[in-house]
Design a protein around this ligand. Structure first.
Ligand code: SF4
Ligand code: SF4
Length: 444
């Protein structure tokens, strides 16, 4: 019998062999970090430090009272060089704290002990997760403590850990599961206790047998947690696809996983929850896959938040290859192309992918030949060729009528298009215009 999966989607070349078997290595301690005060969905933080202040590793340097937000912390100890606008890997400029390091390193594990989860109240777990600044580490950056507090009348009965990692090249989640299954499973139990869920699942694609084995061994005789092995297909890790494949529940358009009683978290998020509750360590570093045919020595590195892409790539032998080079924050399907390497690794940076021209994406495009391949590939059953045209022309009524806002930005349509039309980019424009229209209407 085949593994569980969803309808449509694509099977791109995965190129995971470049780093899948490479253990996570510690990166060199950066001399300077630039830490954006917004690395999450929701309200940006306000700075709690100013130029000239001395800060300790793990000290909170930004926070705000808004419910949907997450504090940020110093990833190295040293002196605040500036609080200034700086380039963010999402393409915007964000107020950021620049810290010059003093070389000191804190041992978070020293003297730590694992609390009995049964002795912690759900509120205490949620508060610890909030104070540690934990956000979704798969890239979306939604504050985890907010997800754990459903509004009145809604209940969560299942937590799914997303270990699919269906993006080509990326193997950071694979390595966490293979090397730190204890943290992942304990983190899942903490998330279940905090949300009140009775059932836990770890969804892993079939192409990660080492991870499946490692997690299985840590489940002991747990009857409330199961592994779900899924077909390796893109975008298997998209929340709606994962929930449907794993539990058979369909999240209706415009609704959230919470509306079908499910909470989805990345496996890296679960490991961060472990570190927050056991080591009392805030989210100041993360595992990043540095890969692509434009990187000399692809690796998996544990990197301090705020380290520049340039410095991280330097630890992988630098950029190689000929012709046009594209550096992406994330993988090649959903990643965002960077105009400079002077951008920091943030909480949601699962990978830095470097593609030399012609290997994955190709820029010139042709007229649409109405072949419908994009329609056949779209996991949300949308009409990407129409949405692309409406989005780039800012034809918002039509864009909304054809459910453009339901697009999950997976990029399957662009990938399969024989005319190489940049459908996802155009659809993103449409979604941005719809959001701007809504903000304007709310301000009236
Ligand atoms: S329209 Fe959106 S959801 Fe559909 S394939 Fe394209 S990017 Fe994915
Ligand atoms: S795949 Fe490309 S060429 Fe084919 S219908 Fe979609 S946009 Fe047109």
């Amino acid at each position: 019998m085949g593994h569980k999966t969803f309808a449509r989607g694509i099977h791109p070349s995965y190129y995971k062999e470049l780093t899948a078997a490479k253990r996570v290595e510690g990166s060199t301690l950066p001399k300077t970090v630039t830490i954006p005060l917004q690395q999450h969905a929701g309200a940006p933080c306000e700075p709690l430090v100013k130029k000239g202040d001395l800060v300790q590793e793990g000290q909170k340097i930004g926070d705000v009272k808004a419910f949907v937000s997450a504090p940020v912390h110093a990833s190295i100890s040293g002196k605040v060089k500036d609080v200034e606008l700086a380039q963010h890997p999402n393409g915007t400029r964000v107020l950021s704290v620049v810290i010059e390091g003093d070389g000191a390193v804190k041992d978070w594990e020293a003297g730590s002990s694992r609390p009995d989860l049964g002795s912690l109240t759900p509120e205490a777990i949620r508060e610890a997760i909030r104070e540690a600044g934990i956000v979704g580490m798969g890239g979306a950056g939604f504050p985890t403590s907010v997800k754990l507090a459903p509004p009145k009348g809604k209940t969560i009965d299942a937590v799914i850990l997303n270990g699919c990692e269906c993006e080509p090249y990326l193997t950071a989640d694979h390595r966490i599961m293979a090397e730190d299954p204890e943290k992942v499973v304990w983190g899942l139990k903490a998330l279940m206790r905090a949300s009140g869920a009775r059932m836990g699942f770890v969804g892993i694609e079939e192409n990660k047998p080492e991870a499946i084995r490692a997690i299985k061994e840590k489940l002991d005789n747990s009857t409330d947690i199961q592994i779900i092995v899924l077909e390796a297909k893109y975008p298997q890790g998209a929340e709606k696809m994962l929930i449907h494949a794993a539990l058979g529940r369909k999240v209706p358009p415009g609704k959230l996983p919470l509306d079908v009683g499910v909470l989805v978290n990345n496996v890296g998020t679960a490991a961060a929850v472990y570190e927050a509750l056991v080591y009392k360590k805030p989210l100041i570093d993360r595992i990043v896959t540095i890969s692509g045919n434009g990187v000399k020595e692809p690796r998996n590195l544990k990197v301090r938040v705020g380290t520049s892409f340039e410095e991280v790539l330097g630890q992988c032998g630098g950029i190689s290859g000929e012709g046009e080079i594209e550096v992406l924050n994330g993988g090649p399907m959903m990643g965002i192309a960077q105009s400079t390497l002077n951008v920091p690794v943030v909480k949601g940076t699962s990978g830095i992918t470097v593609i030399s021209s012609g290997s994955f994406k190709s820029k010139p495009y042709d007229p649409c030949i109405k072949c419908a391949r994009c329609v056949e590939a779209c996991p949300m059953a949308l009409m990407p060729y129409k949405l692309g045209d409406y989005g780039r022309a800012h034809r918002l009524p039509e864009f909304k009528d054809w459910q453009g806002v339901s697009c999950i930005e997976c990029g399957c349509c662009s990938y399969v298009c024989p005319a190489k039309r940049p459908l996802l980019q155009w659809i993103r424009i449409g979604k941005l215009k719809v959001r701007q229209e809504a903000v304007k209407a709310a301000a009236k």
